[in-house]
Design a protein around this ligand. Structure first.
Ligand SMILES: NC(=O)c1ccc[n+]([C@@H]2O[C@H](COP(=O)([O-])OP(=O)(O)OC[C@H]3O[C@@H](n4cnc5c(N)ncnc54)[C@H](O)[C@@H]3O)[C@@H](O)[C@H]2O)c1
Length: 389
């Protein structure tokens, strides 16, 4: 089977060049009809080979309001009060799991066991054990599981990997990554442990980790010393109100991290210095920096960290004894990243390819997140043990 990267490359070319084959149609369901499900539905509706046939949400009436808003064909869609009843009653080719983090694992496992291909929103899961359980279900089912990291579709992200693979940096030994927002605490289900499980660490930390781990070939994480805090989310001054809660209520509900930092050792002797923040008294904790023995790459952070490249990258090298800096121009994606995320998933199903963003890579991303959380609780460095799948 082709690797995730080569599938992605082929798919991006195909997206630019090929007409969509409508001779095989795909029956698609959505589990969870909250905020991110909107982005999924909008893209699925653009594809001439997709029929959205089922929607499930735990909140009564939410799925119905949702489909009316997006003009999903009422006669063709069945609505369900949870994912289990949907999977029991529908013959589906694929589902998008768009639930809050704590139900990612359960929904993905049940869908795979029902023989359905799964596009699972990021972060993969809350804990490492959940990720392992999902991958065991994936293996047993033989179905396709892709994790919803749309920044992977960004040609600038792919350029980072190309630069590392080209050897321009030489052997990579140190990486500093992460991103921050001065004020950027989300609300709704993101701030409670019972729905989100983890805060900034999982929500936007998973993007920073993927940016650099993907570039260097996802080496196995070995040890981590992590720290988390939530000084801002728990303070009404910064938590802010939303449609249904006052700032005081949101501060009282806030039960996840809003800042995390970690020092991680990766197989092959690479050091990963990580920090992430939903809120702090600073605009950014710094750009992403990859240091190699022959060169270094600086990747500017975005103002409101969302996992993408914030501007021209700089490649630092010595050329014939001179210290040189090369600007890497920003590249334009051929289509919106979300569209490519969904299309690459659907094309992989139709063409029998492996997942565009495979669980086998994101497992290490999740192992680091899980390790930071556990190390922070214990207040010391821990070893990362990844169970056999
Ligand atoms: N890729 C991206 O850019 C991006 C952006 C935002 C959010 N997300 C991810 O998407 C996920 C959802 O975020 P959101 O903002 O849409 O959350 P949300 O709270 O608005 O929506 C989640 C919905 O899932 C439903 N749900 C939970 N468990 C269910 C189950 N077992 N069966 C049926 N419905 C169930 C809830 O009732 C809720 O309506 C999160 O994991 C988040 O990290 C990804």
């Amino acid at each position: 089977m082709a690797s995730g990267d080569s599938v992605l490359k082929q798919t991006m070319q195909a997206i630019e060049e090929k007409e969509i084959d409508t001779s095989r149609r795909l029956r698609v369901g959505l589990i969870g009809t909250g905020w991110i499900a909107e982005a999924h539905v909008k893209e699925y509706l653009k594809f001439p080979d997709v029929d959205i046939v089922a929607l499930a949400d735990l909140i009564p009436g939410k799925a119905e309001r949702f489909y009316r808003k997006y003009g999903v064909d009422v006669d063709k869609v069945h609505l369900y009060p949870d994912h289990k009843s949907m999977l029991a009653n529908e013959q589906l080719d694929a589902v998008s799991v768009c639930t809050y983090n704590v139900t990612h694992a359960e929904c993905a496992i049940d869908a795979l066991k029902a023989g359905v291909n799964v596009l699972l929103e990021k972060p993969f899961t809350v804990t490492l054990q959940e990720a392992v359980d999902v991958m065991r279900a994936e293996k047993e089912s033989g179905k396709l599981l892709s994790i919803g990291f749309q920044p992977r579709m960004d040609p600038n992200m792919q350029q980072i990997k190309k630069i590392v693979s080209s050897g321009a940096l030489g052997e990579v030994y140190y990486i500093q990554t992460g991103g921050g927002r001065r004020r950027g605490i989300p609300n709704n289900t993101f701030i409670e442990k019972k729905t989100a499980g983890i805060g900034a660490l999982g929500d936007i930390g998973c993007y920073s980790l993927d940016m650099v781990l993907n570039a260097i070939g996802y080496p196995k994480p070995l040890t981590v010393s992590g720290y988390t805090s939530n000084f801002f989310g728990t303070n009404p001054l910064y938590s802010g109100p939303d449609q249904t809660h006052t700032a005081e209520e949101n501060a009282a509900r806030f039960s996840v991290d809003d800042f995390a930092a970690a020092f991680i050792r990766l197989e092959g002797g690479v050091i990963l210095d990580f920090r992430i923040s939903w809120a702090m008294h600073l605009d950014t904790p710094g750009d992403t920096v990859i240091l190699g023995k022959k060169g270094a790459l600086r990747i500017p952070s975005t103002e409101c960290w969302n996992g993408t490249v914030g501007g021209e990258m700089t490649l630092y090298t010595d050329t014939a004894g001179l210290q040189t800096e090369t600007k890497i121009p920003i590249l334009r994606a051929p289509k919106p990243l979300f569209e490519m995320k969904l299309r690459s998933f659907l094309d992989a199903i139709k063409e029998g390819k492996s997942a565009p963003v495979p669980s086998s890579q994101i497992l290490y991303n999740q192992a680091i997140i899980d390790g930071i959380e556990r190390s922070a609780q214990l207040g010391r460095e821990i070893e990362i043990d990844i169970p056999e799948i």
